[in-house]
Design a protein around this ligand. Structure first.
Ligand SMILES: [Mn+2]
Length: 346
């Protein structure tokens, strides 16, 4: 049984009243929503006089450095954090429900006595928290955190508003994706009332690319493949190319956005070869095809419009496997919608 927002927020308030030490976790491969939500809550809890620690699983991406997360978020180390995970009063996880997305930490938390709170907006079959603030209709976990803090009467000042704006703006593609509603713009408007400068936040997140990354985007885009008369666009990012151009850590949102500018693109897919030879798959849909089903088939997950997975390489074979599934899903949708299956022009 899922609780109403008011009821679950009230219960969260009781958890806050009763407990003193908190451990927060983002998800592996942390993104703007997971990090921003966690930081917003961290600052709120500290202001309530709580002991708060926060964990992630890799260095925080440079584009989020301006949030100062490096100073307060620790990289999980089982040797250093095992005792904390066992003894802390409350454990909170942000922007994920799958316990596999906190590698190594979940068994420690489960073995301890912490009251577990899951804050998430991804569709999920089972939820790991004692209290689950799980609202799949919300565009971002950051929106849930904002409403929680407001419900509890906390002040949303610049310190808290900035990470929450990062959370909400990144998950909506800077308010361009289909999850952008009047409600999310109203959330953003309340955050701006704190006095933060949205243009500065935009510049920090989206205008920090190294020239090498711009070159990478060009080289990847030059090899874009199209199928089904342009309804399916996809591209690969080989590790050899990343090394050749000397690109450091990077995110692929902009490349996905570029593919999505295709006039007829219903589904786009990007395949990125990882250091260990595995392949990160990112899928986006304009809506007709539910890419979260596709992602789940290959061991991943996500939303109807945006989903992903990590699968075994090699790169080209992995791409071909997923592209053929995407093509089939697209053709099934088109057939169901009554339009003839796409055919190549002679
Ligand atoms: Mn999210």
């Amino acid at each position: 049984m899922s609780l109403s927002f008011e009821e679950s927020a009230r219960r969260f308030g009781e958890v806050l009243d009763r407990h003193r030490s908190f451990l927060l976790s983002g998800h592996v491969d942390i993104d703007g929503d997971s990090l921003g939500s966690m930081l917003g809550m961290l600052y709120h809890l500290r202001r309530q006089g709580k002991d708060v620690r926060a964990l992630c699983y890799e260095p925080i991406h440079e584009r989020y450095a301006f949030l100062g997360g490096d100073e307060v978020v620790e990289i999980f180390d089982p040797a250093r954090h095992a005792e904390l995970a066992r003894s802390v009063d409350v454990f909170m996880m942000f922007d994920f429900s799958a316990t596999s997305r906190m590698p190594g930490l979940w068994p420690l938390v489960e073995a301890g006595n912490a009251y577990r709170v899951c804050v998430d907006h991804h569709p999920a079959e089972s939820l790991p928290g004692h209290l689950n603030l799980h609202f799949p209709s919300e565009p971002a976990t950051g929106s849930i955190v904002l409403k929680l803090i407001e419900f509890l009467g906390g002040e949303v000042d610049r310190r808290i508003a900035e990470p929450l704006l990062v959370a909400i703006s990144t998950d909506t593609g800077w308010f361009r994706y289909s999850n952008t509603s009047s409600a999310v713009l109203a959330d953003a408007a309340r955050l701006l009332e704190s006095g933060i400068d949205s243009h500065e936040v935009y510049r920090e997140i989206y205008q920090r690319n190294d020239t090498s990354l711009i070159r990478l985007m060009g080289r990847v885009a030059a090899e874009v493949r199209d199928e089904a008369n342009g309804r399916l666009l996809w591209a690969t990012i080989p590790m050899a190319l990343v090394r050749e151009l000397g690109v450091g850590t990077f995110e692929t949102d902009e490349l996905l956005d570029l593919l999505r500018t295709g006039r007829d693109a219903e589904v786009v897919a990007l395949f990125r070869e990882l250091e260990d030879g595995r392949v990160r798959v990112n899928l986006r849909s304009r809506g007709a095809v539910n890419v979260s089903l596709l992602a789940r088939e290959i061991g991943g997950g996500g939303h109807r419009h945006a989903a992903g997975a990590s699968i075994d390489g090699p790169l080209d074979a992995a791409a071909e496997r997923v592209v053929s599934k995407a093509r089939a899903a697209l053709e099934a949708e088109l057939a169901a919608a009554g339009s003839p299956p796409p055919s190549r022009m002679a």
